[in-house]
Ligand binder design. Structure first.
Ligand code: COA
Length: 262
C-alpha cells in the first residue's frame, strides 16, 4: 500500500489506522478517503488482524471533518455533491463490513465527517478533551457520510436532531451520556484504556464477535419479531462452531478458553 495521508500499522492482532494530516486537523479530502478505503480493505483481508482502531495524528484532532476546500468545489452541483457523499458513505460502510470490531479512538475534534467516521466504527472511546459534533448546517449543508442515519440509531432520533440542527460541539462527557461514546479516559490514558477494551474483545471467539456485531447491525432496520428470528439464526450458527464447545468446556474445566475462530 502506498499511503500518504493515512498511517497503517498492525500490532498484536490490531490494525491501527491513523488519519495523518495534522496541519489540516486531519480533514478528509478525496485522497485521504481513498487511502482509508485501502486501509480498511487491507485490515479485512488480513487474517492476523482481529480488530481495527481508527484515530487521528497529532494532539488536537481526531478528524475535523470533510475537507471544506473540496466541498466548495461541488457548490451548485447537485450530482457532484451527491457523488461525493456516496463515495464517503461507501468508504465508511467498509468499516461496518469488516467482519471484525472497529473502535474509533477519539483524541480531539471529531466534527462533521470525522464524527461520522467515528459513528461508523463498532465502538467509540474518547479522551476527556475530545469535542464532537455535526456542524454541517453552519456551512449550509447537512451530514453526508451517513451521520444522520447512524447517530439516530446509535443515540436516538432526538439526539440526532439536536446535534444536526444546532451544529453545536459537545464535550466527551455529553457524548458519553447520550451513548455516542462508550468509554472516556484522561488524554494520557486513552490509548491504554482503548487497548484494554479491544483486548477484552480479542479474548473472545471471533465468530461469536462477528455474529454479535451483525445481529445488532442488521436488527436496526427490523421489527422486534424479525430481529428475534434473525438472532435465532445466528444463535443456531454459533452452536455449530468448535468455539462453542471450547468456550463451554473451558468454563466447566475452570480454564481460559482457546478460541480458534471456527
Ligand atoms: N477542512 C479543511 N481544512 C480544515 C478543516 C476542514 N474541515 N478543519 C480545519 N482545517 C484547517 C484550517 O483551515 C487550518 O488550515 P490553515 O492552517 O492552512 O489555515 C488548519 O486546519 C488548522 O485549523 P484552525 O481552524 O486554524 O484550528 P483551530 O484550532 O483554530 O480550530 C477547529 C479547530 C476544528 C474548531 C476548526 O478548524 C474548525 O471549525 N474546522 C471545521 C470543522 C467543520 O466545520 N467540519 C465539518 C466539515 S463538513
Amino acid at each position: 500500500m502506498n499511503l500518504e495521508n493515512v498511517l497503517y500499522e498492525v500490532d498484536g492482532g490490531v490494525a491501527f489506522v491513523t488519519v495523518n494530516r495534522p496541519d489540516k486537523m486531519n480533514a478528509l479530502n478525496h485522497q485521504t478517503l481513498t487511502e482509508l478505503g485501502q486501509a480498511f480493505d487491507a485490515a479485512k483481508a488480513d487474517g492476523a488482524v482481529r480488530a481495527v482502531v481508527v484515530t487521528g495524528s497529532g494532539e488536537k484532532a481526531f478528524v475535523a471533518g470533510a475537507d471544506i476546500g473540496e466541498l466548495l468545489q461541488v457548490a451548485g452541483n447537485a450530482q457532484g455533491a451527491a457523488d461525493l457523499a456516496g463515495f464517503g458513505q461507501s468508504i465508511f460502510r467498509k468499516l461496518e463490513d469488516l467482519g471484525k470490531p472497529s473502535v474509533a479512538m477519539v483524541n480531539g475534534f471529531a466534527l462533521g465527517g470525522g464524527c461520522e467516521l467515528a459513528l461508523a466504527c463498532t465502538l467509540r472511546t474518547a479522551s476527556t478533551s475530545a469535542r464532537m459534533g455535526l456542524p454541517e448546517v453552519s456551512l449550509g449543508i447537512i451530514p453526508g457520510y451517513g451521520g444522520s442515519q447512524r447517530l439516530a440509531r446509535i443515540a436516538s432520533p432526538g439526539v440526532a436532531r439536536e446535534w444536526i440542527l444546532t451544529g453545536d460541539m459537545f464535550g466527551a462527557e455529553d457524548a458519553h451520556r447520550v451513548g455516542v461514546i462508550n468509554r472516556i479516559f484522561a488524554p494520557e490514558e486513552l490509548r491504554e484504556g482503548t487497548l484494554k477494551m479491544v483486548g477484552s474483545m480479542l479474548a473472545k471467539g471471533p465468530v461469536a464477535l462477528r455474529f454479535g456485531m451483525e445481529a445488532v447491525l442488521r436488527g436496526w432496520d427490523m421489527t422486534q419479531p424479525e430481529g428475534e428470528a434473525m438472532e435465532t439464526e445466528y444463535f443456531g450458527k454459533a452452536s455449530e462452531t468448535e468455539d462453542m464447545k471450547e468456550g463451554m468446556s473451558a468454563f466447566l474445566e475452570k480454564r481460559r478458553p482457546e478460541f480458534k475462530g471456527c
